[in-house]
Ligand binder design. Structure first.
Ligand code: NAG
Ligand code: NAG
Length: 177
């Protein structure tokens, strides 16, 4: 009986799609610039991007910062350690915003990278919590300093909060204006 229930639940889960988290190993053939064990960066791929980032209505929904990169691009390789430190630095913000990355050099991810209009690498986009399409992504800059990255991310989170005022987010009014 328990066994049948387990199979049933698995089927439901499979039809809902796969939600990536820290620790998820991305599918694809190319090497990635992040490590699912060591790094606090969520690695997305074609099969997880939509279900993870466009999570309207789920209780654990958060905003996402996604770095679209190419594993062979020099700028991406030199930026990866900065992005890893940034992800670690703001891990405490994780209920509000999650830090993710996707390898656009991997042929598996072509459709999603094209849909996101990625023009160069690394290309960063902030997806507000209620995003339901690539259209809602806001372009951010890959700053070298963690302080600038934090400031920039804070700005877009405040805009998101001003519009949506999610009850389960901290009250950000003290930070505004
Ligand atoms: C965004 O999410 C909130 C609560 O999570 C919900 O009340 C609201 O209707 C959503 N807005 C859109 C545009 O989906
Ligand atoms: C992801 O969503 C976009 C719409 O934003 C859609 O065009 C695309 O086909 C979806 N990709 C997958 C793999 O379902």
């Amino acid at each position: 009986m328990l066994w049948l229930t387990a199979i049933f639940l698995c089927k439901i889960y499979a039809s809902v799609g796969e939600i990536a988290d820290i620790g998820t190993v991305p599918k694809g053939v190319n090497p990635t610039l992040y490590d699912s064990v060591e790094d606090s960066v969520i690695q997305l791929d074609e099969t997880t991007f939509n279900d993870t980032v466009f999570c309207t209505g789920r209780e654990d929904c958060s905003s996402y910062l996604v770095e679209f990169y190419s594993d062979w691009c020099g700028h991406c390789r030199s930026y990866a350690p900065v992005y890893k430190s940034f992800a670690k630095d703001i891990r405490g913000w994780n209920k509000v915003v999650k830090i993710a990355a996707m390898n656009c050099a991997d042929p598996l991810n072509d459709v999603t990278c094209r849909a996101n209009g990625i023009l160069f690498f690394p290309y960063m986009k902030y997806f507000p919590r209620n995003s339901s399409d690539t259209f809602y992504g806001v372009k951010l800059r890959p700053y070298q300093s963690l302080a600038e990255m934090r400031d920039q991310l804070t700005q877009v989170i405040l805009q998101d909060y001003a519009i949506n005022r999610f009850d389960d987010w901290p009250n950000f009014d003290i930070l505004g204006e």
